[in-house]
Design a protein around this ligand. Structure first.
Ligand code: PLP
Length: 385
């Protein structure tokens, strides 16, 4: 049996989503900008999808901009606001130390163009500190970009509180909600932010499709220039079949989240307490309470995380050491370093991330395999001190 516990890297595509994409590929081949019936049929797919994505996050359909995923949405939010506000003399940006590279590297690129960047520290639990944000914001702050849930730890940030503080000081607020949507209920108005990033492949849509929610009335500088698609905010012929997949996946989340989240939390908690009980020297990273229900990040003392990932893979169990984009680079996780873990604890960390298809039998199997693998790696000296 193959066990997939790497949902934070990407999720399998459920059969109803595959069917919806296939039908759209076959039948909705029109260009949504064409005036004829075939084009208007494609436009109808976009309209339905825009409404479904809006419902998922408590937004208006006209506020949804379809993109090619989380990275593009983050870039559009950060660069789009920066370029729109540059001429008004606001050239300061605040991001947290645990943002995804899509935000961090975009901020750094703006830094090279003369922007001042403040990197906000986080607590040892991975939670951001409102007082630190208060002192970071100034008159020149254009944008604050703080993620809603962290991809490696699952930590949920007090975004509503942080956003209220930032907006009271005249800054706009973007939140990367890629790891929150599909795992917890997300409501843009309750969060009080201005922009919010979604990535479809984290909750069952195909890869390469996502959305940026842009609060009505907010001016954003388009980053791809060309046609007038997406109300001039994102040029290029829309990927209708992928967007149809995003619709189908969003509707499944709206229907199933309330029942799935507690079930997944129960499995995650069983996995976690099982490992802590069976494996000496195992310790959970991040905030045990303020977390999305599917994620557990655990360090295994005296074990090299990468070796454990490979050993688990040989047993048919897919997990990862951190973010999929950084793993394989041998770069220690910037998130785990930012919360102040020792280098040995960083190197020995594994992320288990569960999803709607995870079963109790799979968790039992993982609990059978992990203790034996950890002691084998320790006895071979395959770990580190
Ligand atoms: N933001 C976060 C928090 C993520 O976890 C990811 C993906 O790992 C992204 C952004 C990038 O999304 P995408 O893979 O759709 O470009």
């Amino acid at each position: 049996m193959r066990i997939y516990l790497d949902y934070n890297a990407t999720a399998p595509v459920p059969p109803p989503v595959i069917d919806a994409v296939t039908v759209a590929l076959r039948e909705c081949y029109g260009n949504a900008s064409s005036v004829h019936v075939v084009g208007q049929q494609a436009k109808g797919v976009l309209d339905e999808a825009r409404s479904a994505v809006a419902r998922l996050i408590g937004a208006e359909p006209s506020e949804i901009v379809f993109t090619a995923g989380g990275t593009e949405s983050d870039n559009l939010a950060v660069r789009g606001v920066a370029e729109a506000l540059e001429s008004a003399g606001r050239r300061h940006l605040v991001v947290s130390a645990i943002e995804h590279e899509a935000v961090l590297n975009t901020a750094k690129a703006l830094g090279k163009r003369g922007w001042t960047i403040t990197i906000l520290p986080v607590e040892r639990t991975g939670v951001m500190v409102p007082a630190a944000l208060a002192s970071a914001i100034g008159d020149k702050t254009a944008l604050v970009s703080l993620m809603l849930a962290n991809n490696e730890l699952g930590t949920i940030q007090p975004v509503a509180e942080l956003a209220a503080m930032a907006r009271a000081r005249g800054a706009l607020v973007h939140t990367d909600a890629v790891q929150a949507v599909g795992k917890v209920a997300v409501d843009v108005r309750a969060l009080g932010v201005d922009l919010l990033t979604i990535s479809g492949h984290k909750f069952g849509a195909p890869k390469g499709v996502g959305a940026l929610w842009v609060r009505r009335g907010l001016t954003l500088q388009a980053q791809s220039t060309g046609g007038r698609q997406e109300r001039g905010r994102r040029a290029g012929t829309e990927n209708v079949p992928a967007i149809e997949g995003l619709r189908a996946a969003a509707e499944i989340v709206v229907r199933t989240l309330a029942a799935d989240a507690p079930r997944i939390r129960g499995l995650r908690d069983r996995l976690e307490s099982g490992i802590l009980g069976l494996v000496p020297g195992a310790v959970v990273n991040g905030d045990p309470a303020a977390r999305v229900p599917n994620t557990s990040n655990i360090s295994f003392e005296r074990v090299e995380g990468e070796s454990l990932v490979i050993a688990l893979d040989l047993e048919g169990i897919a997990v990862s050491t951190g973010s999929a984009c950084s793993s394989g680079t041998l770069e220690p996780s910037h998130v785990l370093r930012a919360i102040g873990l020792s280098s040995s604890r960083v190197q020995s960390a594994i992320r288990f991330s569960l999803g709607p298809a995870t079963t109790g039998a799979e968790i039992d199997r993982v609990l059978e395999v992990v203790p034996a693998l950890v002691s084998r790696l320790r006895s071979r000296g395959g770990g580190r001190g």
